[in-house]
Design a protein around this ligand. Structure first.
Ligand SMILES: [Ca+2]
Ligand SMILES: [Ca+2]
Ligand SMILES: [Ca+2]
Length: 198
């Protein structure tokens, strides 16, 4: 299972991005992975694949979307990569996030233990369809008026409609590019100053 999950990382649509503090963010790194349809991952496989990656020695986890700001940012960064399953059909490709109600039905918990206070469910969700939906994806829905909605849905561990990928999050802190440059220039100038003169 681990091998399969790791194998899906290659040859997939992938995008890595940072939610910079200057953009109202937490400094975390995110990695969006959308495999080809025949390599779809289950939630459990996506959970393992996320934890096997690390950035700055910090292991990843399936993303936790704990505010409307984080939800909007992830939508902006990844929604355009998820295409309608069939043109004209309302569902799009999907991505797993780190949210489930496996412990107690209807009681959703983030994989990191962060408080579950924000949600962005599609209308009518979560519906625990068939009595067996305990894992959460985000995706796009095409609306009758031609618009596109972005939201969450509870699904079974294995989903077969369209492409199914995941979003990993790394709880590191990436500072501002400008301040990084400032630190680098300061270090360089110190090196120049301390270098013995001939
Ligand atoms: Ca998060
Ligand atoms: Ca459920
Ligand atoms: Ca559902």
């Amino acid at each position: 299972m681990v091998v399969l999950a790791a194998a899906t990382i290659s040859g997939a649509t992938e995008k890595e991005f940072v939610w910079l503090p200057s953009n109202g963010g937490n400094g975390h790194i995110y990695r969006f992975v959308l495999p080809d349809e025949d390599m779809n991952v289950t939630w459990e496989q996506a959970k393992i694949a996320s934890s096997l990656m690390d950035r700055f020695s910090v292991p990843g986890h399936l993303a936790t979307i704990t505010s409307s700001e984080e939800n909007d940012f992830i939508r902006f960064q990844t929604a355009y990569l998820m295409q309608p399953i069939i043109p004209g059909v309302i569902e799009s490709d999907k991505a797993w996030m780190g949210l489930s109600d496996t412990a107690i039905e209807g009681q959703y918990e983030w994989i990191t233990g962060e408080p579950f206070v924000f949600s962005a469910w599609f209308d009518g969700e979560p519906n625990n369809y068939g009595g067996d939906e305990d894992y959460v994806t985000y995706s796009n829905l095409q609306l009758a008026n031609g618009g596109v909605s972005f939201g969450w849905n509870d699904e079974m561990n294995s989903v077969t409609r369209g492409r199914v990928g995941y979003l990993a999050e790394f709880d590191v802190f990436v500072p501002e590019p400008a301040s990084s440059l400032f630190v680098m220039l300061t270090l360089l100038s110190l090196l120049c100053l301390t270098r013995p003169r001939r």
